[in-house]
Design a protein. Sequence first.
Length: 211
Amino acid sequence: MKAPFHDRAAAGRTLARMLLRYRASETLVLAIPSGGVPVALEIAAALALPLEVVPVSKVLLPWNSEAGYGAVAFDGSLWIDPTAAKRWNLTREQMDQGIAEARAKVERRNLRLRAARALPEVAGRTAILVDDGIAAGSTMRAAIAALRKLAPAQIVVAVPTAHESALEAIGELADEVCCANVRGGLRFAVAHAYEIWSDLTDDEVARMLGL
């Protein structure tokens, strides 16, 4: 079956058409790196909105470089799924190591992609929070929780693709959800929504941002 999006940029253009009501407003576009950046760049350009990067990193299982059970947000705050941690029978040492690695990744990206700059004023403004997809949802959960502390008028989650169960859970946390491709099933992967998809390095993301 043909993937719904050619690449992340094409997916961003699709989302931009779904978000036209926010064009040329006081809205902020906030991209979760790395995959969310090329999506968000297209949204920000099409809607004439400012773009900021908000690093978030999954707390990974010790034996899996993709699957996580929590995340560290751009402000250093932590969200852990206690049910998942218990299900995997993780030790305190394993959790501490995973959290430390996630914190280090967020700090590295804050320095590389934000030069440790503070975010612009978020209070009272709409924030469009962008990633390239939602599988389990831990990254987006952590980002929303951190963003809530800054008192935005509303949080709009915008993703090209998502698993239906994760999207439903995120919908209870965000004020609005914009998703072009919702799928179910046991074998969900964000990459399957794209004809061209690869992991992006921090250097590639920095070049996209003109850094």
